[in-house]
Design a protein around this ligand. Structure first.
Ligand code: CIR
Length: 263
């Protein structure tokens, strides 16, 4: 059985002042954002994750989006250097949370990388070249993870924030993607499910074991996933979506096989 740890962080009271790239700023109901984030954590817990919740950071608006601060593999965790300068201070506390569980490496400046731009499929890391993540970071990542048997492939994206806004993994060999934001042929032999075109933000799904955490706001795409016999659990995350966050962004998942005698 797999042990799963989910690192999360409380919603910052400054969330409404966070970075925005593709969305217009609109009011965020902070209480509702906290309630929705709590619902998301409860769903993770119901799927077998042990939650490690870091305290909210009053001065770091986007810090609830912990995914961007690191790339966690079974063998190592790579601390990111977020493309937005306002987000770089988020990394140190994530490093402290990861240190008991993984050896740490770090992307060094001037390279920049957001964890939301890294999609792992087996032993391949796809790295989105975005406004946040550059080629130098992909090269550094290749040097760090290559010795563990991972390949790094860069993928250009357009009109969205992160690679995982455009594509995410929904089964071992299946991706869910928005073909308007990423070239569907970029992911080897993986089976492809396309989002419903009326739901452009629906490609961001979080796979936890055999289940997929998915936003309630994308029912048409949910139907497509279910038609592929995938098990979908929905969550309402409208307030986090106003800050350009999705379901993958709010956790760093650490998986490890349960040790014998510990089951
Ligand atoms: C940002 O622009 O950095 C935040 N407002 C949203 C980050 C969302 N993170 C993610 O998709 N991995």
């Amino acid at each position: 059985m797999t042990m799963r740890l989910a690192i999360t962080r409380g919603v910052s009271p400054a969330l409404a002042r966070g970075e925005l790239t593709h969305l217009a700023r609109q009011p965020i109901d902070l209480d509702l954002a906290r309630e929705q984030h709590g619902g998301y954590e409860a769903l993770l817990a119901s799927l077998g994750c042990t939650i490690v919740r870091l305290p909210a950071e009053p001065d770091l608006p986007d810090s609830v989006f912990v995914e961007d601060a690191a790339v966690v593999l079974d063998e190592i965790a790579v601390l990111a250097r977020p493309g937005a300068a306002s987000r770089r201070e988020e990394v140190d506390s994530i490093a402290r949370a990861l240190a008991p569980h993984r050896t740490l490496a770090r992307i060094e400046g001037p390279a920049t990388l957001d964890g939301g731009d890294v999609l792992r499929m087996g032993r391949t890391l796809y790295v989105g070249l975005s406004t946040r993540t550059n080629e130098r970071a992909a090269q550094q990542l290749r040097g760090i993870v290559g010795p563990f048997g991972y390949r790094v492939e860069t993928v250009p994206i357009a009109r969205c924030l992160h690679l995982k806004s455009a594509v995410s993994q929904v089964a071992a060999e299946t991706v869910l993607l928005n073909p308007a934001w990423v070239d569907p042929r970029s992911f080897g032999r993986a089976e492809r499910i396309e989002i419903d075109p009326s739901e452009p933000f629906a490609a961001n799904a979080l796979r936890v074991g055999d289940s997929i955490i998915f936003p309630e706001a994308s029912p048409q795409t949910r139907r497509r996933l279910e038609e592929h016999a995938l098990r979908v659990a929905t969550v309402d995350v409208t307030e986090l979506a106003k800050a350009e966050g999705g379901v993958t962004c709010c956790t760093l998942l650490l998986e490890s096989p349960e040790t014998a005698g510990n089951s």
